[in-house]
Design a protein around this ligand. Structure first.
Ligand SMILES: [Zn+2]
Length: 180
């Protein structure tokens, strides 16, 4: 997200979170962000989603919602959706939230190869997740393009061979074919 981007849509997700559409000169992003107690936008807590990452989130709404339902029922849940690059959406019991944040691969002997949540991103309370679902159609109606016309990175033409996918750090951030 660039300082010159302009907000073309904004809706509250309940409490202290908002979702907004930011338009840049040649593209757009969907920004989910925390508000400070004084109502100002918190620049450090949030996640700006590129068109591809937003499309992938849209494609997985049902799967995420099923995980949230299981979470509410007290079941053991470990759901991880790769949105792109190091940004993932996770629903993991016992935490009653939907995380959208950056994850990195552990590099110590005890955690090598496992995904570790960083502080970059945000957690949506379950009521805020409901808010996101409630406003989804309206967010999409306010995008400069039809959401169905957005090509997720992993579907791009140059990814049709395995090498294209392998070399893409958006789709394969670890550079390891098995990890993502
Ligand atoms: Zn890719």
């Amino acid at each position: 997200m660039d300082i010159l981007d302009t907000e073309t849509y904004c809706e509250e997700l309940g409490d202290d979170k908002i979702i907004r559409v930011m338009k840049s000169v040649d593209s757009f992003s969907v920004d989910i962000r925390q508000l400070l107690p004084n109502g100002e936008i918190c620049l450090t807590k949030g996640q700006t989603l590129t068109p591809s990452r937003w499309r992938i989130l849209n494609d997985n709404i049902q799967e995420i919602d099923d995980a949230v339902k299981e979470l509410r029922e007290g079941k053991r849940v470990r759901k991880m959706i790769h949105l792109g690059g190091n940004v993932r959406l996770s629903v993991q019991s016992p935490y009653k939230c939907v995380n959208i944040r950056q994850f990195v691969y552990g590099e110590n002997a005890y955690n090598k190869g496992t995904l570790i949540a960083t502080s970059f991103g945000l957690s949506l309370k379950l009521a805020q997740w409901e808010g996101l679902k409630y406003h989804l159609a309206s967010v999409n109606a306010n995008l400069p393009v039809d959401v169905q016309s957005i090509v997720p990175c992993y579907m791009s033409p140059d990814h049709s061979n395995q090498m294209g996918f392998f070399e893409c750090r958006e789709c394969n951030p670890s550079g390891n074919l098995d990890s993502d």
